[in-house]
Ligand binder design. Structure first.
Ligand code: SDX
Length: 428
């Protein structure tokens, strides 16, 4: 097939650039030689129109509300798969055979413990430290314990580091929670499932046996699947950029955790539940809708809107159904869920939200479920980071193996002072 090109007319003349097709989705204009040929940069703050890499891991169609992981639709994976199986799929590209899944699960379970000296890092934090502050610190600190898996040029070391990160995130997150409530850390119990092990380390106590509730285990495993990966979002792009300099994988994932913490990104799940609690009653919704629409008010509906989804977020649909099911199965009610549903209904019939294509995203309903399971809101983003580590690690491996990858180094439109001479302080 002959290569398609696009023509760019600039003050310096006309230039042609290749149009590269993907397997599905928008083509890309390959402009990597544009500056060298035209002496001009492109300008795209927030990267709204920029493809930063090639990837075969996750495909999103924001208009159709489609999310595929290695080609498999997110709703099918959420309903039929497990987080361990999705982790294998994201890392290795295909669904595992039973033997492969068993071996992968066994390997991950044997990396769940952390070095005993790492536990002392927690004692340096205040008890009321935000769990994400702790996660940024201790995940970065893993670099100092695993020098045998920081050589990124060695595929075996990359794989061991990947397994260690996926396996230890639940242990580190559970320890952050235990530390905040003054309870002792629990060791992993490897005969439990990945998610069941996390529940035991989080909610179990040494004084009595802990029995994993299968309803909660299944719901949380589904929530982990829904958060596993999401194309080139801000935190994944952070991991890729950090990795492009050759930084070790533990440092790269710590960078991703820091980026995810922001309320515009992974921090939205905590902010969304706090917002729903602040609204408190459906009668207060109109006032908050008015604030969200007021350009002079910085308030935004947390859990609403998305850079890519300009239709529904398929994850939010699964999350909403899961919230109903978990509350029913646990015999719980939560007035916040009623507020969330009414808020969604009102917003989706309001011209402002319709015109700006703002729909509930993955963070809008997740907090209702996590709260029903017993997690404090401060832990919500740490749970998002736990699940997204699988995607970050898969994307980091893909980036390292990409023959086209080089250190990421964007340019700028300079609008500052042009050259001027220094004047001594006495003459200013
Ligand atoms: C996640 O990228 C990913 O894939 C992220 C994620 C993942 O899995 O990795 O999906 C996870 O981060 C989900 C998003 C969680 N964040 C929130 O729920 C925070 C609230 N939402 C927003 O702040 C916002 O919608 C963003 C950050 C999610 C998207 O911002 P964009 O794409 O930069 O869009 P924008 O800020 O330019 O908004 C477009 C317009 C603006 O109005 P105008 O300036 O054009 O007049 O819509 C308005 C915004 O003011 N708008 C909102 C709004 N979100 C956007 N108005 C009210 N409430 C909102 N929530």
């Amino acid at each position: 097939m002959t290569e398609q090109t696009v023509k760019l007319t600039t003050p310096g003349g006309d230039f042609k650039y290749p149009l590269l097709p993907g397997s599905v989705g928008p083509d890309v204009i390959d402009i990597r030689n544009l500056y060298g040929q035209t002496g001009e940069f492109t300008y795209d703050p927030g990267f709204t129109s920029t493809a930063a890499c090639q990837s075969a891991i996750t495909y999103i169609d924001g208009d159709q509300g489609i999310l595929l992981h290695r080609g498999y639709p997110i709703d099918q994976l959420a309903e039929q798969s497990s987080f361990m199986e999705v982790a294998f799929l994201l890392l290795h590209g295909d669904l595992p055979k039973k033997k492969e899944l068993d071996e992968f699960t066994y390997t991950i379970s044997r990396h769940t413990m952390v070095h005993e000296q790492l536990a002392t890092f927690y004692r340096g934090f205040r008890r009321d430290a935000h769990p994400m502050a702790i996660m940024c610190g201790v995940v970065g600190a893993l670099s100092s314990f695993y020098h045998d898996s920081t050589d990124i040029t060695d595929p075996n070391q990359r794989l061991i580091a990947s397994h260690r990160l996926i396996a230890k995130m639940p242990t580190l997150a559970a320890m952050a929670y235990k530390y905040s409530i003054g309870q002792p850390f629990l060791f992993p119990q490897n005969d439990l499932s990945y998610t069941g092990n996390f529940l035991k380390m989080t909610f179990g106590v040494p004084a009595e046996p802990y029995v994993v509730n299968p309803v909660i285990e299944n719901a949380l495993d589904k929530i982990f699947i829904l958060h596993a990966d999401h194309e080139q979002n801000a935190s994944t792009s952070t991991v890729r950029l950090a990795g492009s300099s050759g930084a070790n994988p533990f440092a790269c994932i710590a960078a991703g955790i820091a980026c995810l913490w922001g309320p515009a990104h992974g921090g939205a799940n905590e902010a969304a539940l706090n917002m729903l609690r602040e609204i408190g009653d459906v009668k207060n919704i109109p006032a908050y809708i008015a604030r969200a629409k007021d350009k002079d008010d910085p308030f935004r509906l947390m859990g609403f809107g998305h850079r890519v989804y300009k239709n529904f977020d398929p994850r939010a649909k699964v999350m909403k159904a899961t919230a109903d099911a978990v509350l029913k199965e646990l015999g719980k009610t939560d007035p916040v869920l009623d507020v969330a549903k009414e808020l969604e209904h009102i917003a989706l019939n309001d011209a402002y939200f319709i015109d700006k294509k703002l729909y509930p995203n993955v963070d809008f309903y997740s907090g209702v479920i996590l709260n029903a399971i017993g997690f404090p809101t401060e832990m919500f983003t740490a749970l998002f980071a736990l699940a997204r580590t699988v995607g970050w690690v898969a994307q980091w491996n893909e980036m390292i193996s990409d023959p086209e990858q080089k250190i990421g180094r964007p340019r700028q439109l300079y609008v500052g002072a042009t050259q001027r001479d220094y004047t001594p302080v006495g003459k200013r």
